[in-house]
Design a protein around this ligand. Structure first.
Ligand SMILES: N[C@@H](CCC(=O)N[C@@H](CS)C(=O)NCC(=O)O)C(=O)O
Length: 227
């Protein structure tokens, strides 16, 4: 009980999924608590994250940790030793490599998520939607270039930046449908990297079925009057 771990989450959230993947990589047992985001939020969520009122929240021994990138670092520092998983640390040991990994994680959250949101929030055919499509292609090409010829963003081993980005692989299908482009043409290495990541149990058991993600994106489109 003193060490109880609970994750407040929402099934399709890439931010929540990265926490689930990190916990699985470390072999940490936890209780998953699905939250209602439309309508009234639970008292537990509002009490645990009174500033942003968002999931994910990691409750460790009753104490909340908010914001997924901060949660990942907390998980990495709290459970550094994981006997069966590799790597033992998600973040690299080298300070410069750590700084770079954090830079790209920030890029994913600022740029990729922004473009994704604009793809479903804006009405197809409008100039702003066309711009969102162009921006998305640029972001994907930039991530493709950063990956280069490496197996993983973490190098030979699946690491922090892989955990940060991999939940978005389940959205690639929705990007293609809503953006009208082929991921394999824009970023073939990123697509192959996504497939490699899915060979890991932690990822395979966490990522949402791409068709369900697309249905969810259509639901959001409808909700925001952009259908
Ligand atoms: N920067 C936050 C983003 C979290 C976030 O956007 N969560 C969404 C679900 S994907 C949420 O809780 N939305 C509810 C709301 O905005 O009211 C993180 O990395 O944890």
């Amino acid at each position: 009980m003193a060490d109880e771990v609970v994750l407040l989450d929402f099934w399709v959230s890439p931010f929540g999924q990265r926490c689930r993947i990190a916990l699985a990589e470390k072999g940490v047992e936890y209780e998953y608590s699905e939250q209602r985001l439309a309508g009234e939020k639970s008292d537990l969520l509002l009490r645990s994250n009174p500033v942003h009122k968002k999931i994910p929240v990691l409750l460790h021994a009753g104490r909340p940790v908010c914001e997924s990138l901060i949660i990942l670092e907390y998980i990495d520092e709290t459970w550094p030793e994981s006997e069966k998983k590799s790597p033992r640390r998600l973040l690299p040991d080298d300070p410069y490599a750590r700084a770079r990994a954090r830079f790209w994680a920030d890029y994913v959250d600022k740029k990729l998520f922004d473009c994704q949101t604009r793809l479903w929030k804006l009405r197809a055919g409008e100039a702003s939607h066309e711009q969102a499509k162009r921006d998305m292609v640029e972001v994907l090409e930039t991530l493709e270039a950063e990956l280069g010829e490496r197996e993983f963003f973490g190098g030979e081993a699946f690491g922090y930046l892989d955990v940060v980005l991999v939940p978005f692989v389940a959205w690639f299908h929705a990007y293609e449908k809503l953006g009208g482009f082929a991921m394999a043409e824009i970023c073939p290495r990123l697509v192959a990297w996504g497939e490699r990541c899915k060979e890991k149990d932690s990822v395979a058991k966490t990522l949402t079925d791409p068709e369900k993600v697309y249905e969810f994106a259509l639901y959001l489109k409808d909700k925001f009057g952009a259908k």
